[in-house]
Design a protein around this ligand. Structure first.
Ligand code: HEC
Ligand code: HEC
Length: 335
C-alpha cells in the first residue's frame, strides 16, 4: 500500500492549453459556476446573501476557516504570489489528479476527486480562464498539513486515459455528470452518521468556520424535494430562497445562480431519478435523535421508520412507484 508521501504522480507534460476566446468563456462558466473554484479560493463576504467572494480577493486565495494550516492558493496569474510561474500541466494535474505544483498530495478539501470527471476539454478551459484573470498580488502562507492528518490522506491516482466530453442527450445522464462535478452528493449525503439514509438523503453537517448547516434531502421523497418542480428548483438555485427562507450561504448558490437553464434542469431531472430517501431534516428546529441516520439533527425525532409489515410495504411501493425502498448503508453506494 503506498502511503500519501509515496504517491505515484505522473510526470508533467510540456503542453500549452489553447487560449481561444471560446475556451476562456467556457472556463469562466465552469469556474464561476458549477465548479465553485472561487467559493474556496477567495475571502467571502459573509454579510451579503450567499457570501460571495470579496471582489479584491476573488480567485486570489484564502486560508481555510477552521484549518489555519490549509491554504487554497492564489489562482490569479501573479508571478510572485499566484500561479504565474506554474505550467499548464501543473495546474491540470492539481485540479484533476490531486498532485500540487510541487509534487505534494493535496488535501481532499480541494475536490480533485470530483474534478477528475472533468472532460479534458473542460479542464483545459478552466486553465485558459485562470490565465486570463487580472493578476492580484496577495501573499498567503503555504499549506502545512499536520503529520497525523497527512498519514490519513487519500492517495490520488493519476489519470492515464483521456476523459472525453459527455455527449449523451439523455438529460438524466447529463445531470448526473454535472452533480458529480459539483460534488452535490458530498455535501448532501450523511456520510459520517452511523447509518446512511441514502445518496442525496441529506443530513451532513457542513461547517465553514463557526457557521454550520445541515444539508437538505434532495431526493424526490415527500421528506425531500417532492414539493419541487423544475421552476422552483431553478429559483432556489438562483436566489438562495426556499419557501421564503434564506438558505445558509454554506449552500454555494452564489455561484450556482450562474448556471444555464439547461444545466439546472438536467440537475433536477437527475435528482428526480435518484432512489428516494426517507429522511426529514431542516435547519430551523432544535437537533434531536434520528433513528434513520443514527445521528442528531433538526427534525430527527420525526424520523420513525414504519414497521415493515407486508401490507404497508406494498402501499409504500404504490405510493412511490419504486420497489427499491429501504434503508441503505454506506457500503451500498459508490461515490
Ligand atoms: C471546496 C473548496 C475548493 C474548491 C471548490 C476548489 N478548491 Fe482548489 N484548493 C482548495 C484547497 C483547500 C487547496 C489547498 C490544498 C493543499 O494545499 O493541500 C486547493 C488547492 C488547489 C490547487 C493546487 C495548488 C498547488 O499547490 O499546486 C489548485 C491549482 C487549485 N486548488 C485550483 C482550483 C480550481 C481551478 C478549482 C475549480 C475547478 C478549485 N481549485 C476548486 C480548495 C478548493
Ligand atoms: C458545500 C456544501 C454544499 C454543496 C456543494 C451543495 N450544497 Fe445544496 N445545500 C447545502 C446545505 C448546507 C443546504 C441547507 C441550507 C439551509 O437549510 O439553510 C443546502 C440546500 C440546498 C437546497 C435547498 C433544499 C430545500 O431545503 O428546499 C437545494 C435545492 C440544494 N441545496 C441543491 C444543491 C445542488 C443541486 C447541488 C450541486 C449542484 C448542491 N446543492 C451542492 C450544502 C451544499
Amino acid at each position: 500500500m503506498p502511503t500519501p508521501t509515496e504517491h505515484v504522480a505522473r510526470a508533467l507534460r510540456d503542453i500549452t492549453v489553447p487560449r481561444t476566446p471560446e475556451r476562456v468563456a467556457r472556463g469562466q462558466y465552469l469556474t464561476e459556476g458549477l465548479l465553485q473554484c472561487f467559493v474556496c479560493h477567495s475571502e467571502r463576504d459573509w454579510t451579503k446573501p450567499g457570501a460571495p467572494p470579496v471582489p479584491a480577493t476573488k480567485g486570489a486565495g484564502a486560508v481555510w476557516l477552521s484549518k489555519p494550516w490549509l491554504v487554497a492558493v492564489n489562482l490569479t496569474p501573479d508571478v510572485e504570489t499566484g500561479i504565474g510561474r506554474w505550467t499548464d500541466d501543473m495546474l491540470l494535474r492539481a485540479i484533476c489528479e490531486g498532485i500540487g505544483h510541487d509534487g505534494r498530495t493535496l488535501h481532499p478539501q480541494m475536490w480533485y476527486s470530483s474534478f477528475r470527471a472533468l472532460p479534458d476539454e473542460d479542464a483545459e478551459a478552466v486553465v485558459a480562464y485562470l490565465r486570463s484573470l487580472k493578476p492580484i498580488r496577495r501573499s498567503l502562507p503555504q499549506t502545512r498539513i499536520p503529520e497525523d492528518e497527512a498519514k490519513d490522506l487519500d492517495v490520488p491516482e493519476p489519470l492515464m486515459a483521456p476523459v472525453p466530453l459527455v455527449t449523451s442527450h439523455d438529460v438524466v445522464q447529463k445531470g448526473r455528470h454535472l452533480a458529480l462535478l459539483a460534488d452535490c452528493a458530498g455535501c448532501h449525503t450523511s456520510w459520517y452518521t452511523p447509518k446512511n439514509p441514502g445518496l442525496f438523503g441529506g443530513g451532513n453537517l457542513v461547517t465553514r468556520g463557526e457557521r454550520k448547516s445541515y444539508s437538505s434531502n434532495l431526493t424526490s421523497d415527500p421528506s425531500g424535494l417532492a414539493h419541487y418542480d423544475e421552476n422552483i428548483f431553478r429559483e432556489v438555485m438562483r436566489t438562495g430562497q426556499a419557501k421564503g427562507r434564506e438558505l445558509s450561504p454554506i449552500m454555494p448558490w452564489t455561484v450556482f445562480k450562474n448556471l444555464s437553464d439547461d444545466d439546472l434542469n438536467a440537475l433536477f431531472a437527475y435528482l428526480g431519478a435518484v432512489t428516494p430517501a426517507k429522511h426529514v431534516i431542516d435547519n430551523i428546529d432544535a437537533p434531536s435523535a434520528c433513528t434513520i441516520c443514527g445521528g442528531v439533527h433538526p427534525l430527527g425525532k420525526y424520523n420513525r421508520p414504519r414497521q415493515r409489515t407486508l401490507v404497508n410495504y406494498h402501499i409504500e411501493m404504490v405510493e412511490s412507484g419504486s420497489a427499491r425502498i429501504g434503508l441503505m448503508t454506506d457500503s451500498g453506494f459508490a461515490r
